[in-house]
Design a protein around this ligand. Structure first.
Ligand code: IVH
Length: 686
């Protein structure tokens, strides 16, 4: 009896299982690629988990179907002791650095000296890439299958960390596409995002473990775990930037083409790559990257890399001392991450009374600027990160982003660090602080608190509000300290001699400020409204209100319903505005501003002359002369609004022929019903 006849069913079953396994692998690989490489997940997590489990079960039942590049095989067994060394196909090179644009120009000149004038442009210029701040690795692919993953080591050979590399989900175990070189090393950088790094360190703090100093160290450390399941738990990512064949050549004619080839194979390639004809363009790209792009990446870069695009020209230029290519250079940036001492935690009082803690730091250079303060947002964040006064802290500041404390380095504590608590009395006015409901914020409830007033005045004078040129934070502080200003109206009483009497005011700057204040009287109602800092009234709501009501007087007299009738204004804003004008302190301030000659109207308001201001009108039936859209335009031009249904909020109904249910509803609710001619009269009345 042969094997087939002894196990007839198993063979059929086996075929079906093999087909199913192949399909599951293909679908899971595709899902992993979409999720980790393209960042565009297409399969639901639940479906992924279900297919993954099914594949695991099939592989357990049919061990002969197991394959090392199956999506289930990313996390393997423990490495017994130290890692083996693995020789790279060719030396892993390093990069020369340029710390200024003139050093970039010198780089181009050195190429021109060898290859001749115009050679670079002729050969297709440069490719520019991010310089990822991670750990360099070489991935060996044999016929498209990942067979080795090694660290850079001494450049000639590195440590064989294949089992750890395999756990990085964006690194394909099998390349996409076909016709892969029999043997090839793909090189790139393993790194960690800032958010992944933060989460990892938070978990380490919680577990009482030492935190990593920066994402690069944590990526490098993660690759050297003896237990791959530990590496698998680390949020590692990969970007590839080069490929080497056994003869030392690269499988593309240009760096740009190589990056596209890598991408086609399913290798993640860093964003923001660019192609330039001249070094000046590359320098401009690097500048924008440092000052804008860098802040948006979410992972660390320490510069941009500029490479001669054409591979033949690269070969002609060659390598210096077997170490750095003459055809590539790193334009280095200022570090965007630093460690410094958190000297103490102080609290600022905002204009709404919210207490915001901030860090006072030992000055440190990060992201190209010296940083001494960082906001800490609220007490929960400080508790969550367990930040203590005296801690050494990690700080990031990428591009123009405000400095942000990632967390403390608890292992550097001396025991002298002091835990922090939100003050129970306002640091500015000593009033006991309060919390409202489950709002995380703590407030100073004193509306006359000098801290709140100061912030309120800074807001009032700010660019989007009254835009008073020269009335800076420090100056407002000085004016308050000199008892010249207690509220917004006082600003308009300031005279030039008063300012000159203060320190730091020369005659010229005093005159300028008084002039700037005088011209701020002309600001339209919308800016004044925003500047008053009414709760929930941002600059857009202020514009809507100003445009619809036209004057401070109309706003003061408006009912909450009329306020809420403005398109874009909801009940919360309407109530807040109504409450503001019901408060005698607020109305007194508004009056004092009016007495000082401020513009209390909006030039382009729909209500300038609008006779249906705030009215909510329903149209029903067909009107004798006006079409529905003409009637709507007429009403809106007069400041009214058209609603589709009749409710208690309806001001009146305009009924024409064959008016139906809406007319009945209006009668039922006792709402006034008029005809077209009356509408024309009401809309025209000034
Ligand atoms: S190319 C052919 N491209 O920076 C020259 N390196 O400081 C080999 N790096 O050793 C490197 N991003 O580990 C190149 N887009 C990029 C890079 C990059 C990061 C690393 C790499 C290199 C180091 C030099």
């Amino acid at each position: 009896m042969n094997a087939a006849s002894r196990f007839p069913t198993q063979s059929n079953e086996g075929n079906a299982a093999a087909a199913r396994v192949a399909l599951l692998r293909q679908q899971l690989e595709q899902a992993q690629y979409e999720y980790y490489v393209l960042d565009q997940p297409a399969m639901a997590d639940s479906a992924y988990d279900e297919q993954f489990r099914e594949l695991q079960q099939l592989e357990a039942s049919y061990p002969e179907l197991s394959r090392p590049d199956s999506p289930t095989m990313r996390v393997g067994a423990l490495v017994q002791s130290a890692f083996q060394t693995h020789r790279h196909l060719a030396r892993m090179l390093s990069l020369d650095n340029a710390f200024s644009d003139s050093e970039l120009v010198a780089f181009e000149e050195s190429i021109t000296r060898i290859a001749g004038e115009g050679a670079i442009k002729q050969a297709g210029g440069y490719t520019a890439e991010l310089k990822i701040d991670g750990a360099a690795v070489a991935l060996t692919y044999e016929n498209g299958h990942l067979t080795f993953g090694t660290t850079r080591g001494d450049g000639t050979s590195g440590e064989d960390v294949t089992s750890n590399i395999r756990t990085i989900p964006s690194i394909p175990l099998r390349l996409r596409g076909a016709a892969h070189p029999p043997v090839m090393e793909i090189r790139g950088e393993v790194f960690m995002t800032f958010s992944g790094f933060e989460v990892l360190n938070e978990a380490r703090v919680a577990a009482g473990e030492a935190v990593f100093v920066n994402p690069r160290n944590s990526a490098a450390g993660s690759l050297r775990q003896l237990d791959p399941s530990l590496t698998a738990a680390r949020p590692l990512k990969f970007f590839g930037y080069s490929a080497i064949l056994p003869n030392g050549t690269t499988p593309a004619a240009s760096q740009w083409a190589l990056l596209e080839l890598l991408q086609g194979w399913g290798i993640p390639v860093a964003p923001h790559r660019a192609h330039f004809a001249t070094i000046a363009e590359a320098a401009a790209w690097a500048y924008t990257l440092e000052h804008e792009g860098r802040a948006t990446l979410g992972f660390g870069i320490d510069g941009g890399v500029v490479k001669v695009n054409d591979v033949r020209l690269q070969e002609e230029l060659g390598v210096r001392n077997d170490r750095t290519p003459r055809w590539a250079i790193a334009r280095k940036f200022a570090p965007d991450m630093a460690v410094t001492k958190l000297e103490r935690i102080e609290v600022n009082v905002g204009r709404t009374g919210v207490l915001t803690p901030y860090a006072v730091l030992a000055p440190v250079e990060v992201g190209g600027a010296t940083v001494t303060f960082a906001s800490l947002h609220n007490a929960d964040q400080i508790a969550h990160k367990d930040l203590r006064a005296g801690d050494m802290v990690q700080l990031v500041r990428a591009g123009d982003v405000i400095p942000y404390i990632l967390g403390p380095l608890p292992e550097q504590r001396t025991g002298a660090e002091i835990r922090w608590e939100m003050p129970t009395i306002c640091p500015r006015c000593d009033t006991p602080t309060v919390k409202y409901g489950d709002d995380v914020a703590t407030y100073c409830p004193n509306v006359m608190c000098p801290g709140r007033l100061l912030e309120g005045l800074v807001h009032f004078a700010g660019r989007e509000a009254m835009n008073i040129d020269g009335l800076s934070y420090a100056r407002i502080q000085g004016l308050m300290e000199a008892n010249l200003v207690h509220d917004a109206a006082d600003i308009f009483d300031i005279t030039s001699p008063q300012l000159v009497a203060l320190e730091r005011f020369a005659q010229k700057s005093a005159d300028n400020l008084v002039e700037a204040i005088a011209s701020a009287r002309e600001r339209p109602l919308s800016r004044l409204l925003f500047g008053l800092g009414i709760r929930h009234v941002g600059s857009q709501a202020a514009q809507l209100l100003a445009r619809n009501f036209g004057s401070m007087k109309a706003l003061r007299e408006a009912s909450p319903e009329a306020l809420a009738n403005v398109r874009g204004i909801g009940d919360i804003i309407a109530t807040s505005v109504f409450d503001f004008f019901s408060n005698p302190t607020a109305t007194r301030l508004v009056e004092r501003l009016e007495e000082r000659g401020l513009t209390m109207t909006e030039p382009n308001s729909i209500s300038s002359g609008g006779s249906l201001q705030g009215a909510l009108i329903v149209l029903t039936g067909s009107l004798p002369t006006l079409s529905r859209s003409e009637a709507t335009a007429l009403i809106e031009d007069a400041g009214g609004r058209v609603a589709s249904g009749v409710s208690r909020k309806t001001t009146f109904v305009v009924a024409g022929d064959e008016a139906g249910g809406k007319l009945d509803k209006a009668r039922e609710l006792g709402i006034e019903v008029i005809g077209e001619s009356e509408l024309l009269i009401r809309a025209a009345v000034q």
